[in-house]
Design a protein around this ligand. Structure first.
Ligand code: IMP
Ligand code: MG
Length: 186
């Protein structure tokens, strides 16, 4: 694959950087209030949630611990999840008895998160909630209760702020939609 020209490939900016940062600040304040005095561990799912996690934790004023998981779905394509999830990187510490908040980039079909929820519940955390930057409800296949949500977006494949197409575009500071010919060529 040729190195894409990030700027030229973007058709529309759906959520500009300043709106993302304002939302992260708002979520950080709400979480700091809701989890005050608790034993909170943020569990982020690589690689997509990396920028969100990094910004969100710095928008929080309470003590938190973090842990990272990486999952991939078997099969599927660059824009579709298959629903069969494989753990590439597991938690490094026990979450038993801890308040756990899953920090995710986007909930699309919900299959990935559904798997993660069952997996993490099995490790007996004191509580388990979800914070998702983006919610794409149009394509949901399993019912998932999202406790903290950044933005609800239409049924479009988006990139930027952690989200990729063919592993590129994760470093864009905004959420955008690529030109149709870019997706077509992938
Ligand atoms: P789900 O299992 O269908 O909910 O999809 C979850 C994962 O699919 C996300 O964590 C992303 O990695 C990826 N994904 C879903 N929709 C998009 C999108 O619009 N852009 C980039 N990645 C996406
Ligand atoms: Mg992801």
């Amino acid at each position: 694959m040729q190195q894409p020209d990030h700027t030229a490939d973007v058709a529309t900016i759906l959520i500009p950087a300043d709106r993302l940062q304002a939302k992260v600040a708002e979520l950080g304040a709400v979480l700091s209030r809701d989890y005050a005095g608790r034993d909170l561990t943020l569990v982020s799912v690589l690689k997509g949630a990396l920028p969100f996690m990094a910004d969100l934790m710095r928008a929080m004023s309470i003590p938190v611990q973090i842990d990272l998981m990486e999952v991939s779905s078997y099969g599927g394509t660059a824009t579709e999840t298959s629903g069969l999830v494989r753990i590439l990187k597991d938690l490094s510490s026990s979450i038993e008895g801890k308040d756990v908040l899953i920090v995710e980039d986007i909930i699309d079909t919900g299959l990935t998160l559904n798997y993660l929820l069952r997996y993490l519940r099995g490790k007996n955390p004191a509580s388990l909630r979800i914070c998702a930057l983006l919610d794409k409800p149009a394509r949901r296949l399993v019912d998932i209760e999202i406790d903290y949500r950044g933005f609800t977006i239409p049924d479009q494949f988006v990139v930027g702020y952690g989200l990729d197409y063919g592993e590129f575009y994760r470093n864009l500071p905004f959420i955008g939609v690529l030109k149709p010919e870019v997706y077509g060529a992938g």
